[in-house]
Ligand binder design. Structure first.
Ligand SMILES: [Zn+2]
Length: 79
């Protein structure tokens, strides 16, 4: 899971995947990441193919997050 900024809805998301690297005139290239709902909406050129891959990755991670519950202690337990 990699929380970050979703380039498409221009907001924070719990999990994002890199869709494209956008080169800027000056300075470093900026990565354009999308969250799962946004990645599903991205079709066609130029990002459709990358978005499809990202959806698979994000769905896999989301599925694992739902089912997984290791014995890690939760903060704020009863004292
Ligand atoms: Zn989004």
């Amino acid at each position: 899971m990699s929380a970050g900024f979703c380039f498409w809805h221009r907001g924070h998301a719990l999990d994002v995947e890199l869709i494209a690297v956008i080169e800027r005139g000056s300075g470093p290239a900026a990565g354009a990441s999308a969250c799962l709902p946004c990645a599903r909406k991205i079709t066609g050129v130029p990002y459709g193919e990358a978005a499809e891959v990202a959806v698979e990755v994000l769905e896999a991670r989301a599925g694992r997050a739902e089912g997984g519950s290791s014995g890690a202690g939760r903060p704020g337990g009863r004292g």
